[in-house]
Ligand binder design. Structure first.
Ligand code: SF4
Length: 214
C-alpha cells in the first residue's frame, strides 16, 4: 500500500489551534483545486511512492507526537484514511488539513480536521462541499483564507447562514499573504464583532523568504 509523498519535514505548526507547536508534516502529492494564492504548487505533481510503514518510520525519526497530513489535497489519495488510522493507533495526535471540496467522512473521527471553505478570491469557491459542515467533530476547525473585502463578506454570510447563533467549533479568518492587509481584516472583524479568530500564517512570519517548507 503506497502513497505519493511530496515531502516530510519537521517545523512549527502554523495554521490551527495547534499553532506554535512543533509538528511533523507529511505533504502528500496532488490537488484537485488550483487556488489563486496557492503557495504549494510544487506539490501538485512531484513526489515519491512510500509505503505506510516507511512514512511512519520517517515521521518517528523526529520523535514528535504531533503529525499533520497535508498537501496538496491529502484526501485525493486512496490510502490517506488508512495512513491517518495507523498514526492514531500508535498514539499520535493527527491533524488533517483539507481543502473542503472532498467528503471528509472517510477520515477517522479521531483525527483533527482543519477544513477550508474556499472564498471567491481563490477562484475555487464553487467547489466547496458544505455538507462536510454537518459531520464535523467538536475538535475540528474551519478556515477561510481571505483575499479582499468580497471574500470577507462571503465568509460572514456563510457564518450567519450555517451558524446563526455561534459556530460550534473554532473558525479562523486568515488573510492571504500579500493579498490582504491583516490590519484591515482586524478592523473589519472588530467592527462586526465577528465570532471568528484572526489567524496569521506563522511560517510566513518566521521564515518570510523561504519558498518551500522547512
Ligand atoms: S487547495 Fe491548497 S494545495 Fe490545493 S490549490 Fe488550493 S491552496 Fe493549493
Amino acid at each position: 500500500m503506497h502513497l505519493i509523498v511530496n515531502e516530510i519535514f519537521y517545523s512549527i505548526q502554523g495554521e490551527s489551534l495547534y499553532s506554535g507547536f512543533p509538528c511533523v508534516f507529511v505533504r502528500l502529492t496532488g490537488c484537485n483545486l488550483r487556488c489563486s494564492y496557492c503557495d504549494t504548487r510544487y506539490a501538485y505533481e512531484d513526489g515519491e511512492p512510500m509505503t505506510i510503514d516507511e512514512i511512519i518510520n520517517r515521521v518517528g525519526s523526529y520523535k514528535c507526537r504531533l503529525v499533520e497530513i497535508t498537501g496538496g489535497e491529502p484526501l485525493i489519495q486512496e490510502h490517506t484514511p488508512e495512513l491517518i488510522r495507523r498514526f492514531i493507533n500508535i498514539g499520535h495526535t493527527v491533524l488533517l488539513e483539507t481543502n473542503g471540496s472532498i467528503d471528509i467522512g472517510c477520515a477517522d473521527p479521531g483525527c483533527i480536521k482543519i477544513v477550508d471553505i474556499k472564498c471567491p478570491g481563490s477562484g475555487e469557491s464553487h467547489k466547496n462541499n458544505l455538507s462536510n459542515l454537518k459531520i464535523l467533530s467538536p475538535h475540528d476547525q474551519i478556515k477561510f483564507v481571505l483575499t479582499d473585502r468580497t471574500d470577507y463578506e462571503f465568509a460572514k454570510e456563510i457564518m450567519v447562514s450555517q451558524w446563526p447563533a455561534a459556530p460550534p467549533i473554532p473558525v479562523f479568518f486568515s488573510p492571504a499573504h500579500q493579498r490582504l492587509n491583516p490590519a484591515d481584516l482586524a478592523e473589519w472583524m472588530l467592527g462586526d464583532r465577528i465570532n471568528a479568530r484572526l489567524h496569521m500564517q506563522l511560517h510566513k512570519i518566521l521564515w518570510p523568504t523561504m519558498e518551500k517548507s522547512r
